[in-house]
Design a protein around this ligand. Sequence first.
Ligand code: URA
Length: 244
Amino acid sequence: MGKKQRLDKVLANLGYGTRKEVKKLVKQGKIVVDGIKAVDSGMHIDPETSVIEVDGERLYYREFIYIMMNKPAGVISATLDNRYETVIDLLPDEYKTFNLFPVGRLDIDTEGLLIITNDGELAHMLLSPKNQVPKIYYAIVDGVVTEKDVMAFNEGVILDDGYKTLPAKLKILKQGNRSEVEIEIYEGKFHQIKRMFDAVGKKVKYLRRISIANVKLDENLKSGEFRELNQEELDMLYEYVKRQ
Ligand code: URA
């Protein structure tokens, strides 16, 4: 049995409009709970066990939400902030009551794949250093990235605080005064990619995460857009962390 919640809150969570709009649906007699027409939109129900029908259609409550967002620059990976807009602020109201949070952090100027969920267990597994979940980033780097850097990253580099990173795979996509690379890491230290390039005397000018575990950022998502993960992607995440 789950926790009892207000009917209007449950329906709002499921995308049936604001509480006011739900109240209207109740007034119109369109909502039936356990076979009885609801009269009070504030009635308490157990969303996991009550049978709720809207306009004759049975609803299926869900406890967990999994979102992939193409995080834009200028927005922070947090739930609340009094200075900056957060990734949670970018979500529409119907998601607001789910207590969603971003899985890990991307820097304010980093773009790309961010998973947002309310599933603490999955988040913990994806973030746990012992699972060594691979993350791939695309970066534009000031300076000529060379085979020597590829080898150094493959060995692990020493960061400014003395920590030696795990081996990372560096792929040079375009070599020049401004190089383009793809880099795969298996941990998530603070500013890790930028600090790894600092360690070889180069500056990251642009950074975008393109995959986590084997889940890739959907190319159809424009900056700031999001969609829920599909079952296949969710299975990929679960499979990945369970296999470890
Ligand atoms: N590494 C960084 O330096 N920044 C990020 O946002 C992610 C990884």
